[in-house]
Write a protein of this length. Sequence first.
Length: 136
Amino acid sequence: MTAKPVTATPESADQVPAQRGAQPAAKLVPFPAAGFAPRFAYGDQAQVVEISGTSLGTPLGTGFARLARADIPWTVRYDEVLLVLEGTVTVRTAAGDLTARPHDCIWLPAGTELSYIAEDALVFYAMHPANWAEAS
């Protein structure tokens, strides 16, 4: 049996293949439709939109973050990859600064104490596990 491909466009983003069992369905999230919202105690410095994660039943958390005049201290409790799309992001760790520009990536292993620093940047992030807060 050959699967019929499904093409989703911004006009038909809600048209996704039917779910089978507990497997989440694939989905298209057009960037302009992504609704950024303030995040955590640093909502004035970071706005985030989740693309995948526990709400979809997947252990992979992904999304976009807008950072503005940001200096956010954090300890990551998950593995994380940042892909800088716009601007410059510096991750300050005890081992030194990691500065990324558009198309650069930063990998952060769980347990890294850091500060996310950016004047004005857009990043894509991926983290595993997405349910890190529940596991803590």
